[in-house]
Design a protein around this ligand. Sequence first.
Ligand code: SAH
Ligand code: SF4
Ligand code: F3S
Length: 472
Amino acid sequence: MNLPNMLDAKKRDKNAVIDNYQYKEVKIDESLVGKKFFVRTYGCQMNEHDGEKVKGVLTSQGLIETSVLEEADIIILNTCAIRENAHDKVFGFMGLIKKMKETKPNLLMGICGCMAQEESVVNEIRNKYKYVDFIFGTHNLDNMISVINERVTSGKQNIEVYSVLGNVCEGIPEVRDNKYSAWVDIILGCDKFCTYCIVPYTRGTQRSRKIEDIIEEVKGLQKLGYKEVTLLGQNVNAYGKDLYSDKTLADLLRAVSDTGIERIRFVTSHPWDFTDEMVDAIAECDNVMPYVHLPIQSGSDRILKLMGRKYTVDEYIDLYNKIRSKVKDVSITTDIIVGFPGETEEDFECTLKVVNECKFDGAFTFVFSPRENTPAALLKDDTPLDVKNDRLHKLNEIVNKYSNEANQKMVGNVYKCLVLGKSEKDQSKFMGYTENMKLVNIISDDNVIGKIIDVRIDEAKSFSLNGTHVDE
Ligand code: SAH
Ligand code: SF4
Ligand code: F3S
């Protein structure tokens, strides 16, 4: 048993040596070999990718994945802590599993991911949710089998969570959700400590993977037929800072570009670390896709300062314009929080003004949610929730107007799309993405899954496009 501690999670020891190590296989208890498991993942792309590792480790031990909850002998919830509603979803789902356990006493359920790193959540589960069998954290995913084995042999709830700086474990088995587009971690954790955000506490210090390890992974994916990699990090633009004195994201992008893989993407970019060299690398490498997710969070300098974002609106707009002018046909999306503590009507108007000026291709918008132990949770917040919700609604209308406008401009033109599978809504169609990351539902007479094809855009909506496969 080892419990998380938020104060330890906050520590950053610049002199600590953080070593990379190789995944060490642990055999799962014999009683579980051949059993079925179900994994549900919440949250960001990095967590999606962690979900692929959870599946990979279990599969490597002879367990079989099922997508049917009722069939499962082990259920794992890979959780997110970014906002309160992420919590609510998980606790809601746990209630359902409790019911299942009444008729299936040997069913095991475990929790991992960012909620597992939260002290209050783990204490609550220890006291009130005794039917949760095991918990492991973001720092010991590679050792999850030991955590499960301990639960099986002891017959007791087993919690094994560490609030440490973190390490990089290479070679964790993975079962990837898609055969043509793959996630690749490049930098774990985050040291930015934006005042509203829990991620630096749940994911530990910022640590980069070595360029050679990343390149090896990309080459391996290429051999398997992957056409696209998305380089992942909470702030990919800080890549290398903790590891190299002379290598940055720009060098990494060029090195990955040299592998010749068809498409390279990267998320998420913090404006603070975005250098001219990085803009040039994106502009100059043909296989680095023209798409940048560049969260602004607020259009008010006063609020940005309170958020600890370390840039002004003018600096953001300069960077935004630089990317727009240098990277051909680029699309740029953003994240915005409304109702940060003390946000006035005036501050909110500033946010609308920036959105009207930038005309983003899309934006993820959120109402501020106070998170345990973060500085912003202690700020006085006297804006009523209905006012915050009104602001969100108003913002979304403007955001959607601009994404629709950007999409309408594409109608009639032909774009290259990587087809990832069948369309979710209509199985007779395919779905793929343009180079600038627009989702397209595609009509084609051929089986085009896994191919990069030319698509004429016939119709545009706010969140997707409809198109037809055409010959080159
Ligand atoms: N690392 C990324 C963001 C990761 S979290 C970055 O810095 O850009 C994704 C988004 O969730 C953030 O950009 C922010 O808009 C939102 N978010 C994070 N913490 C939040 C909170 N406490 N309340 C509401 N939204 C939040
Ligand atoms: Fe959170 Fe800020 Fe780090 Fe993004 S950069 S993960 S918002 S602390
Ligand atoms: Fe959520 Fe953790 Fe990602 S809090 S957004 S799953 S890093």
